[in-house]
Design a protein around this ligand. Structure first.
Ligand SMILES: [Zn+2]
Length: 380
């Protein structure tokens, strides 16, 4: 077994605050409380140590998608690991139910092996009025029996379903998901304020990419944005890529919800960590130009090419958010929501040694997952 390591001298972001000249002890795959005498000391002064990132909404990367083969799924997972995401939920997009059930089976096996943390179904139970980059022909109302069939196909590994709760069967489906311990996420929705509030009362706990693919805030029709922001039971997903949200909208949501109720996601598609060009998102063609993904037909934004290291740096340096709040939104909050906070989401003894090393400018300089370097530390 590899000797214990002590990463020493960094600013370490802990749940209780930031320790200057802090240290993290790694023993095997876990974080330890005390270091043995023969531990290897790694001097990381001038750097930040933060928990590995947790992405609960991600469709792919590295030229591959979560609709692909097991090998393609792993390519996407590895790509995001190189950017600090040590825990990732694989998201599907709208497709026919038989395909989604089969893909859920494949993804559940990868979840059992520990490669991914579970499955998120985005569509097909979403609103044709707010379909974004989902295939309209394949959308359907959220029939609880079909929702049940999908989550069963994931064999206990379904973590979240995004649905338009105002559609027929929406509220019953939210109840069903809540009963089965699967997150009901409100998104791609045309709901009113009142309809959104009813879905929250039925058990919905997440807003899928708040502001995107839903009616905007109006002074007489506050819509889902106000209902989702004001309810303490909701965590709001935000895509901080500079394209999906203006920094002021992001700050507004962040300040209103508070750092405890925000989850940064990528909503990444195949081009993340790969490059511009032609791709497909489910059955639809996408053109990625200067890092922005749009449907070839209609021009809707079609996911992002974001990685969470860029979201982290942007949140601190462009949006001006405190580092501790960014850590909450990018690690701790999603880990808690997914029921994984006993293992990941903070740098505490007993947890998996999943961590990200950042320099003073918040550039990624190292990634460790379960005690092994995924990106070797680049110091100096
Ligand atoms: Zn998505």
């Amino acid at each position: 077994m590899a000797p214990s390591k002590v990463l020493a001298g960094a600013r370490v972001v802990l749940p209780t605050g930031t320790a200057t000249d802090g240290r993290v002890i790694v023993d095997g795959t876990r974080i330890a409380g005390t270091a043995p005498r023969d531990a290897e000391i790694i001097d990381v002064r001038g750097h930040w140590l933060v928990p590995g990132f947790v992405d609960m909404h991600n469709h792919g990367g590295g030229g591959a998608s979560f609709h692909g083969t097991a090998e393609e799924v792993l390519t996407a997972v590895r790509t995001h690991r190189l950017h600090g995401t040590t825990t990732l939920v694989a998201s599907t997009v709208t497709a026919d139910l038989d395909f989604l059930s089969r893909q859920a089976g494949l993804l559940s096996e990868l979840a059992e092996q520990g490669d991914i943390a579970g499955v998120h179904f985005e569509g097909p139970f979403i609103s044709p009025c707010r379909k974004g980059a989902h295939s309209e022909a394949l959308l359907r109302d959220p029939d609880p029996a079909e929702v049940r069939k999908l989550i069963d196909a994931a064999r206990g590994r379904a973590k979240m379903v995004t649905l338009a709760t105002e559609l027929p069967g929406g509220i019953e489906s939210v109840r069903l998901l809540a009963e089965h311990g699967v997150i009901a996420a409100i998104g791609h929705t045309d709901a009113t304020y009142e309809q959104t509030a009813a879905a929250i009362d039925a058990g919905a706990t997440v807003a899928t990419h708040l502001f995107n693919a839903m009616p905007q805030l109006g002074h007489r029709a506050p819509g889902p944005v106000a209902a989702l922001l004001e309810d303490e039971r909701i965590t709001v997903e935000l895509i901080d890529d500079g394209t999906h949200l203006h920094p002021a909208s992001l700050r507004l949501a962040f300040r209103h919800a508070g750092a405890g109720r925000v989850a940064f996601i990528t909503d990444a598609m195949d081009a993340a960590g790969f490059g511009d060009g032609r791709y497909v998102l489910g059955p639809l063609e996408v053109e990625v130009s200067e890092g922005v993904a749009r449907l070839v037909e209609g021009g809707s934004i079609a996911g992002s090419t974001l990685t969470l290291d860029r979201a982290f740096q942007r949140a601190v340096t462009v949006d001006g958010l405190p580092v501790e709040d960014v850590v909450a939104a990018i690690s701790a909050n999603p880990a808690r929501l997914l029921g994984l906070y006993d293992r990941v989401g903070s740098l505490e003894p007993g947890k998996d040694a999943d961590l990200v090393l950042l320099d003073a400018g918040f550039r990624l300089k190292g990634v460790m997952r379960r005690g092994a370097w995924v990106v070797d530390p680049q110091l100096g």
